[in-house]
Design a protein around this ligand. Structure first.
Ligand SMILES: *Cc1c(COP(=O)(O)O)cnc(C)c1O
Length: 371
């Protein structure tokens, strides 16, 4: 049997989880308290207030969800969509494709538009789809598509979506606090993220926020919300002043998220975005010296997820294994269209610094010397 205490530490530079700061780990080791304890109510209130700051929103319905990033996706879709509702999804990778899968299981009528992997959508592309196939209740996009490293501009598409009378859903799992994601300014109606990416909290929690228009859509459904566990109208009675028990949240993960959010806000969002950008620039320069380039379209490269061509002259999977076993560095494999071709290098949260970049670059000079 493996001894947990003997696990080798890793340098996490994959698509998540990212390295967790000792402050966050210590917060998580705090003795467990009850989920109806007045102290925990304060923890929840703080988390809601800090999430509003990080999402840059004044939405009242802003909360953490017990479950990973995918729980955030399911929660948003199952609350907003009813069987038969029209949903337009913009697919440019694995996670946007999951939006379609989840919505289909809800029974929504899903229309998909696609661009090749590594690219993003223009407002004109969305406009055409809205005109040809609309009206849609909801339009879904992924901000940073973790399978391709593409950063999708949101603001101009949001204008087109709202002009057509639709609501906008955005996945910010791989972007929130690593690159700007401004929910109110960009008029995002439903937005979700995950704890273990740019916020560097352990995996296990999602975060979500719903605009007043999204809440209106939820409260004016014809059918009950298709999930009891993710029913936002029940959850808001626990997060709000009623404090009605819904489920027992993983209390210690909430402690960790509280500390991670505190750290993000102590740093300040603009400084945090700049730190991610600087780490990305350093990595990009260093990789170029080794002859390693990006698979993502040059106009839309996300700083948080660097999807690069696997180094030439070495076996892609063996190279990743060597990085992990000899250098303790984890990078991600390519998915879908990029399987066997890509390495996905995350620079997220605690991992977005020169120390991580240097560790990877120096390991690469050993395992994949420029040849
Ligand atoms: C990681 C990720 C998810 C899924 O999150 P899990 O925590 O693995 O459930 C969803 N969307 C994007 C863009 C992601 O990067």
């Amino acid at each position: 049997m493996i001894k947990i205490a003997d696990l080798k530490p890793r340098t996490l530079m994959g698509p998540g989880p990212s390295d967790v700061h000792p402050r966050v780990l210590r917060a998580m080791a705090q003795p467990t308290i009850g989920h109806m304890d007045g102290q925990f109510m304060q923890v929840l209130d703080d988390i809601r207030d800090m999430l509003k700051a990080v999402f840059q929103t004044s939405n009242d319905l802003t909360l953490a969800i017990s479950g990973t990033g995918m729980a955030g996706m399911e929660a948003c879709l199952v609350n907003l969509l009813e069987p038969g509702d029209a949903f337009l999804v913009c697919i440019n990778g694995v996670f946007s494709a999951r939006l379609k899968e989840v919505a289909e299981r809800i029974g929504a009528r899903v229309t998909a538009i696609r661009v090749p992997w590594g690219q993003v959508f223009t407002p004109a592309m969305v406009q055409v789809a809205l005109e040809q196939h609309g009206p849609f209740k909801l339009v879904g996009l992924v901000h940073v598509e973790t399978s391709t490293g593409a950063l999708q501009p949101i603001k101009d598409i949001s204008a087109v979506v709202h002009a057509a009378g639709s609501l906008l859903l955005v996945d910010t799992v791989a972007s929130l606090s690593g690159v700007e994601a401004a929910v109110d300014d960009w008029q995002i109606d439903a937005c979700y993220s995950g704890s273990q990416k740019c916020l560097s909290s352990p995996p296990g929690l999602a975060m979500a926020t719903f605009s007043p228009a999204a809440v209106h859509a939820i409260t004016h459904r014809n059918t009950p919300i298709g999930s009891w566990y993710f029913d936002m109208m029940l959850l808001r009675k626990y997060w709000g002043s009623e404090r009605v028990y819904h489920h027992t949240p993983p209390v210690n993960l909430y402690f960790a998220l509280h500390e991670a959010l505190s750290m993000a806000l102590e740093e300040g969002l603009p400084s945090r975005w700049a730190r991610h950008q600087a780490a990305h620039a350093a990595l990009k320069t260093g990789l170029a010296r080794l002859g390693i380039g990006y698979l993502t379209d040059p106009g839309c490269i996300a700083p948080t997820l660097n999807c690069v061509a696997a180094p030439a002259g070495i076996d892609e999977a063996a190279g990743r294994k060597q990085l992990l076993n000899e250098f303790g560095i984890e990078v991600g494999a390519g998915l879908g269209d990029f399987k066997g071709k890509a390495w996905r290098i995350g620079l997220m949260g605690e991992g977005a610094d020169q120390r991580h970049v240097d560790a990877l670059l120096s390991a690469l000079t050993v395992i994949a010397p420029k040849g």
